[in-house]
Structure formats: structure tokens, C-alpha cells
Design a protein around this ligand. Sequence first.
Ligand code: OSB
Ligand code: MG
Length: 387
Amino acid sequence: MKIEVITLRELHMRLKAPFETSFGVTQDRRILLVEVIADGIRGWGEVTALETPAFNSETTDTAWHVISDFIAPGIVGRTIERASELATLTDHIRGHEMAKAGIENAIWDAEARQKGAPLSKLLGGSLEEIACGVSLGIRDNPASLIAKVEEELDHGYQRIKLKIKPGKDIEFVGAVRRSFPKAVLSVDANSAYRLEDALHLKKLDEFGLLMIEQPLYWDEIHSHARLQALLETDLCLDECISNSRHAATAIELDACRIINIKLGRVGGHTSARRVHDICSTHGIPVWCGGMLESGVGRAHNIAMSTLPGFSLPGDISASRRYWNEDIIEPEVEVTPHGTIRVRQAPGLGYEVRQDAIDRLTVRTNRWKANIAVPAVASHRAPSKLEN
Ligand code: OSB
Ligand code: MG
């Protein structure tokens, strides 16, 4: 596969409602999309960095910089056998997993389309229907949270995750648990607590939660091991797992008993597969995390979630929960029993809506190999660098 053209776009998309986590409120998304053309075949990827460095250290702008100045110039014009080689080509760039994943995943989509195979199959996935849960942002009061939980359970979602932070935790989770004694519930603190809060967090044990996600430092595994030893509830790590070595460390230290895999956070499909495999070897269940993605990122998440170790419901919900208008066709839909049926068309299995993308794009960068690009392969006259 010769990588002929890479196009990076920033899109502005507004979430239907503000989403509050322990680190802040998000509503206006600045989404980066990567489009590659390899051997005349187009593939799409999404960079899942947020606008601020509050989840991890990447942002929309750091990813724009790293892709524009380091990744894209280094790979355009190269010929590779398969998308899995990308990780080696970008290995010299420290960190910036989300930037790398945007590019690598676009090439995975192109490779799958070239082979006429669904991306899920190329990745080694086997599930044809995947289980879905929702992540609910922090709300003003328990009553409004309970109303939201009821609505999502009615839609069929199989697991409800509640975002928590100090002051909006025990009371809120307890109220939801009393209203829905049998619901599968989990919580996600996005690193809002410290090890000294262990006795406070231990109060969550009485609610029979499926897991407590990333309670402590975003980049620290060891303190989670100390906390896990004090709690009955399983811990799940999110922020502090950026690759399979981190996963191996966390498992060895018993820092968690569940791992959330986010494609962007671990640097793309190749690394995600390694994390998945290590977890499977050790009997650690995994599930797919979300980053308020557009349809492109959502479609990649669905493909990844078909790997056999994804035994818990992911944060992959219907397009319409987040967007008035998604940028893929058809939109992601969830069945009344809280699943997504995996589409079997080649690549992502969804088509990207060029009209919507053109309308939402606020800036574009493009790189092309020093060869004639077939006219059919590009929807606009490519220039070396557009800004
Ligand atoms: O920690 O899982 C998280 C959204 C933004 C940043 C971090 C997280 C989240 C979510 C949303 O929980 C999941 C989704 O996209 O539905
Ligand atoms: Mg999380």
C-alpha cells in the first residue's frame, strides 16, 4: 500500500448537551479527522484528543502540531504492507498516542476496504453484535440523575456509568442504586481522588458496582494497587494505560481487575490489540471506552469491540445521544436490547458524509506523495499544504 495523500481536517461539532466530568464541561468539540488515500483507496480515522489537556496531556492542537510537523511528513509517500506497520514507523515519536492513532486507524480502514473485508474481521474480531452502555455526566442533583438513568435503561442500555467527583459521589450513586436495585452500575472519577480518600471511596462498596474507573492519579498505576487492596469493588484503569506494557504492569501489581481500552489513548488498533491480548491471557475483562467521538471514531470503536475479550458493555452509544447530525451514513443505532449490530460492509462499514464534513471543517492540511494522484482519488484539488 502506497500512502499517496493524507488530509487532516478540524471540524467543529456541538454536542446536544454539555457533558460534565470531574475535570470540566465539554460541549463544543473540535474534532480532527484523518483521511488517507493509499493505492487510490480512501480510509478514515479520528483523533480522540479533547480540547484541553485535562483527560490526558494531548489536545486538539497538540495533535494537529504532531501530525502536521512529524507524523504526516514522515509517512506520506511510503509503501507499507499493512497498517500494523505504522506503529513501528512512528515509534520514535514519544507519547502523542491519540495523534498516532488517528493516522494508523485511517490506514487500517483503507487496508480493510482494499481487501474488501470489514475492519472488524481484519482486526481479528468475531462478535457480530456488541454490548453497549452509556456514560452519564455529572448532574446538579440526584433527582435529575435518576431521571436520566431511567431514560437510558428504557432505551435498553446494558450498563450505566455515572461520572463522579468529590461532593457528587456517595449521595448520587446511593440514590441511583436505591431507585434501580438491579441495574448494572459503574462509576468513573477521572482521577479526582487521592489515596488518602480510600476510606471515603470504600463507601462505594455497598452499592454493588461493576467497577470504579480511574479514581486516582491519571498517570500512576502503583497507588491504584494500594487502593484495590482496600476495596471490594473492582477497579478499572482508563487514563493510566497508554500501551500493553502499562497493562502488564497494572495486572502484575493487581492495580485493577478490569481495563478500559480506548483506541486513541493506546495509539491505535495495533496497540489496542496487544492490550486486549495481554488482558485475555490474564483473564482480565476489557471494554471499549469513548471520548465523545464523531461517527468515524465510533465506527472504529465498534470494529475493535468485536475482539473476543470485549466481554463487558462499552461506552459506545447511538449517534443520536450526542449529535443532532452525525457525519457517517447510516448513523450508529442501538437495538432495544442495548446492542449494536456490526455492519459487514468493507472497512468501517459506514460511509463518511462528505457534504457534512465540508460544511463543518474549519481548517485543512494536506500532504501528497511526489506522484500523480489519480483524479478520482481526491475530491478537491490537493495542494501541498492548505491552511
Ligand atoms: O473517562 O471515559 C472517560 C468522555 C470524555 C473524556 C473521558 C471519558 C468520557 C466518557 C464518555 O466517559 C464516553 C462516551 O464517549 O460516551
Ligand atoms: Mg474513563
